[in-house]
Ligand binder design. Sequence first.
Ligand SMILES: Cc1cc2nc3c(=O)[nH]c(=O)nc-3n(C[C@H](O)[C@H](O)[C@H](O)COP(=O)(O)O)c2cc1C
Length: 260
Amino acid sequence: MHENVIFCYSGTGNCLNLAKNIAKNIGGADIVMMRSKLKVSDVTEAKKVGFVFPCYGGGAPEDVLKYVRMITVNPDAYTFGVCQPAVYKGTGLAELNRIIPLKYWHVVTHHCSCIWLFPHNVMVPFLNKEKAQSRSESMAAQIAADIRNEVVSGKPFRNPLNVLENKIWPAIANIKIKAFSVSDKCISCGQCVKLCPRQNIRMDNGRPKFGTNCAQCLGCLQYCPKNAISIGRITDRREHYHNSEVKAEDLMEDIIHVDG
Ligand SMILES: Cc1cc2nc3c(=O)[nH]c(=O)nc-3n(C[C@H](O)[C@H](O)[C@H](O)COP(=O)(O)O)c2cc1C
């Protein structure tokens, strides 16, 4: 493994793109994707270990904390966490910090991937896709400079309102999990099956069939080449979104090596 390792969770590419840009600017890194099977968990040889993930329902995606509990980091390593929400960071970084103490953390907002809740341009500050992307890239360079200099931040704040929001989040997400449907536009390409980080989708008579073990990353819906996947009618009316720099295939990798 590289001496810099970044664990990344990403459904629609914003976080993978951010992780890649941080990796490039810190002199390279191995990015380990937090997908169905974590390919690497012992990173005691790594000098810098980071975590890049989105905010879901006021906290980190459930799988991020599940995987973080399995990871062994050298106590002398420089650790960092970067959250990429649409509006607010929630408690994800604070929860991560309770499992693996972070030396440094940062937040970079980008367009919203939660299509059943908001249109993608709901983000703070309000920026179009191009400006949001170039801001994410320049913030990645600043964050990387901090990481190279081993800047130390204070503890991330654990906001009780976000803790509460994140507690009720699974109940809301479960309603949405039951609302997936596929239209006749489906061309049976099977991309959604390969993309799903929890292997929750299988092909049944040439059509994707959704199980109940959904992480709500929405990669299947947002990357569908024919926009054939819906979660209720509102998602058909909204423009689909995924990060412009990240292809569906990029999200299927387990480990991505980035040169500096
Ligand atoms: C299911 C779901 C829940 C989300 N919840 C929040 C939230 O509580 N607060 C927020 O600011 N953004 C929220 N978002 C927006 C994402 O954090 C944001 O779009 C992020 O950049 C997506 O990263 P990705 O493209 O790497 O998956 C949510 C997105 C999804 C899919």
